[in-house]
Design a protein around this ligand. Structure first.
Ligand code: ADP
Ligand code: MG
Length: 153
């Protein structure tokens, strides 16, 4: 499956890339966000949620693990699993409900939920490069492939 690599220099470019992803996903699918602390996972998520039409703040769900959003008739869930001690804890969060109904699920630190989380449509790996960030998009479903094809244009 073809990967796509893009470069975003600065927070505004990251937000704009998030907005592009909002247009492509139309509020559906599972995106895993990989990268060290400070890579830009939450910034990209913020751009995506704003792009879907969310007008308010987007805070990092570091302590709550998940933040729900209702945007018009769309639902989105933003996870930050950094503090998850054991993937089994996701069962107590009611994880299954989040993945029903084809909502948009943005998941920071998905490796902490390995074995319990459903598979991703798209992996996004973010790494610092020069003054900005390199983003590698790896699709795992037909839907993810379609997004990558559009991102490559
Ligand atoms: P994470 O959620 O991965 O820990 P954040 O989204 O909180 O990271 O971002 C950390 C910092 O990186 C913020 O100060 C943000 O402005 C900056 N940042 C995000 N994206 C970029 C980018 N493409 N280029 C430069 N700085 C960025
Ligand atoms: Mg974050």
């Amino acid at each position: 499956m073809p990967e796509v690599i893009l470069y975003a220099e600065g927070e505004d470019a990251m937000m704009a890339l998030g907005a592009r992803l909002a247009t492509l996903t139309e509020g559906h699918g599972i995106l895993y966000l990989h990268g060290d602390l400070g890579a830009g996972k939450t910034t990209l998520s913020r751009g995506l949620l704003r792009g879907l039409g969310h007008a308010g703040a987007v805070k990092s769900p570091t302590f709550t693990l998940v933040e729900p959003y209702e945007i018009g008739d769309k639902r989105a869930f933003h996870f930050d699993l950094y503090r998850l001690a054991d993937p089994e804890e996701l069962e107590f969060l009611g994880i299954r409900d989040y993945f029903e109904g084809d909502a948009l699920c943005l998941i920071e630190w998905p490796q902490r939920g390995a074995g319990i989380l459903p598979k991703a449509d798209l992996d996004i790996n973010i790494t610092p490069q020069a003054g900005g960030r390199s983003l590698r998009f790896s699709p795992h479903t037909k839907r993810g492939e379609a997004w990558c094809a559009a991102l490559a244009m």
